[in-house]
Design a protein around this ligand. Sequence first.
Ligand SMILES: CC(C)(COP(=O)(O)OP(=O)(O)OC[C@H]1O[C@@H](n2cnc3c(N)ncnc32)[C@H](O)[C@@H]1OP(=O)(O)O)[C@@H](O)C(=O)NCCC(=O)NCCS
Length: 181
Amino acid sequence: MNEPESDRIVRTVASTQSEMTEIILPNDTNTLGNLLGGRLMHFIDLTGAMAAYRHSRTHVVTAAMDHIDFIRPVRLGDLLTLKSSVNRAFTSSMEVGVKVWAENTRTGGIVHVASAYLVFVAVDEHGRLQNVPQLLPETPDEIRRHADALRRREHRERENARRHRERLATAEQDATYQGKP
Ligand SMILES: CC(C)(COP(=O)(O)OP(=O)(O)OC[C@H]1O[C@@H](n2cnc3c(N)ncnc32)[C@H](O)[C@@H]1OP(=O)(O)O)[C@@H](O)C(=O)NCCC(=O)NCCS
């Protein structure tokens, strides 16, 4: 866990790229015949984890799914394709981006339906944090995503700290309230 930065293995973004395709069946849909949001999030989590596994080569847990846009509905019978790659590796955590497309099997039309950012944390079989390899962004898009991931991490940390303060304040108010007759 504490090896010097210079000794860490380096992996490329390309080596983390992962892809999954699903056909949307009745069990995946709501009463309108559209893919359930929770089911889509499950597919996103799985595809994101594949990229995190390929980068870390150890167990990973999802720490956060912090940004997801559902742009268009996915219909019963569509083919869903999800692609993921690691945007940036930190110490034990990695930000992974996932992009999702739906293909109409009759027309062949393909539309972008969702995008999400997730954070996975590498752990060993006992749940202890593990250092992850460094990530080498190579293309202009990878370099941009690498920089954006750092800004999102800073934003995430500020938000987590704010929520923590709110929880403490609420717990204090509850304790005061419960102390009254
Ligand atoms: C994620 C988890 C391992 C972090 O453990 P922890 O003891 O809080 O660890 P730390 O606070 O030392 O943080 C470890 C790393 O996780 C990151 N992290 C922790 N909580 C995070 C969050 N909410 N969002 C984003 N990153 C987070 C930290 O930034 C840190 O990254 P770094 O090592 O790259 O700097 C722990 O909270 C956990 O096990 N959560 C449950 C995970 C789970 O069950 N997921 C669903 C099923 S897979």
